[in-house]
Design a protein around this ligand. Sequence first.
Ligand SMILES: Nc1nc2c(ncn2[C@@H]2O[C@H](COP(=O)(O)OP(=O)(O)OP(=O)(O)O)[C@@H](O)[C@H]2O)c(=O)[nH]1
Ligand SMILES: [Mg+2]
Length: 410
Amino acid sequence: MAFVDHVTLTISAGKGGDGVVRWRREKRIARGGPYGGDGGDGGDVYIKGMRNLHALNQYRNEKEFKAQDGAPGDTKLMHGKRGDDLVLSFPLGTKITNLDLDISYELLEEGKEILILHGGKGGLGNHNFKNSIRRAPEIATPGKRGESATFQVELQLIADIGLVGFPNAGKSSFLNSITNATSKVASYAFTTLEPHLGDYHGYVIADIPGLIEGASEGKGLGHNFLRHIARTRILAHLVSAENEDVARAYTSIREELAKYSQDLTQKQELVILTKGDLVAEEMLVKKKKELEKACGKDVLVLSLYDDARIEVLRQKVSALLSGKETISVAKSVKVKVATKKTTISSKSKGVKKPSKKVILKTSPKTALRKSKPVAKKKKVLALKKVTKKAVKKPIKKAPIKLSKKKTVRK
Ligand SMILES: Nc1nc2c(ncn2[C@@H]2O[C@H](COP(=O)(O)OP(=O)(O)OP(=O)(O)O)[C@@H](O)[C@H]2O)c(=O)[nH]1
Ligand SMILES: [Mg+2]
């Protein structure tokens, strides 16, 4: 079920009840005097975090909320009833900003109520204005208005597991297979347009739209939703066995995560090779090995049509969520390191033709080849042009002297 991600609400605390003018009229008490009670205070407004994924949905249509007003005072000095407080519930992890005052609240603790608006004070009844001179004051004050403001509500979900991967990797299928979620599944990219959540024995699994290379520059959809998994404990990284180069598919996504935040690459990561039924067994074993080499840990194979594999995955997920098992945190994606190392190659201006080998050396893994910034690539290309004229063949021994001489002659 889809859920509301952002809403703007107008919220008001209750108005204080009015104080009243009343007189004491009783047998045997002549000129009883002022007898009007005070108004009750208006209700306050609180916000509260709860473990209900769809708590934001209730704000889809209704946007204005108000706590109860205080009741007016009454005769016999009776105080008006205090207005009931209004408690608004949101899913845990919601950030609520008072746009008028620019104050933000984050709901990180289940059940904890935070006061966001004060109700107005009740007015004073006429008995308050009695004194030795003014014996019969015809004065009572109205109740004060409660505080009111516009709030921006933003869901920053605290899911336990976040699913990441390319579009079509089988993320939604995986979510649906192990939870009660009904995330849309189809054989085209970007089936999932907004995050979907599944409840796995009380734990939340968040399926976000597929990521693609260049997402950090605004391509695709998934990047906009990475904040939803920014606070998850564990990532499940799904790579489809349909990919010719599974290692490359894995590292591309890792790079996108790193570009969003290195923190995302520091989480426990469960790597799953999906659609295992679509490739021959021999090929599947090969791909699994390639993927394990790229990620440096065990990879689980999943096929929607293989109950045994789904069960193994379920058990793994349960063990991770309960903390019985942990996955060693992967090495961070060294986007920066790759940049540094390419600088080394560019330092050797015209000295040595940057062969493929040099480029490979720049990154620890094959996948990081693509992580070089575009500008660096251009540098290497330009370098190739220069050295093409200067050096016909890549010189293996003492390239520095040779190429330098040649360049000087020219
Ligand atoms: N044969 C086979 N097909 C699968 C398996 N898992 C998923 N699929 C198919 O792969 C296609 C994509 O699956 P989805 O679950 O929608 O993929 P997704 O990663 O959520 O895709 P986006 O929402 O676009 O990011 C669907 O047609 C699924 O039926 C599997 O184990 N075996
Ligand atoms: Mg999907």
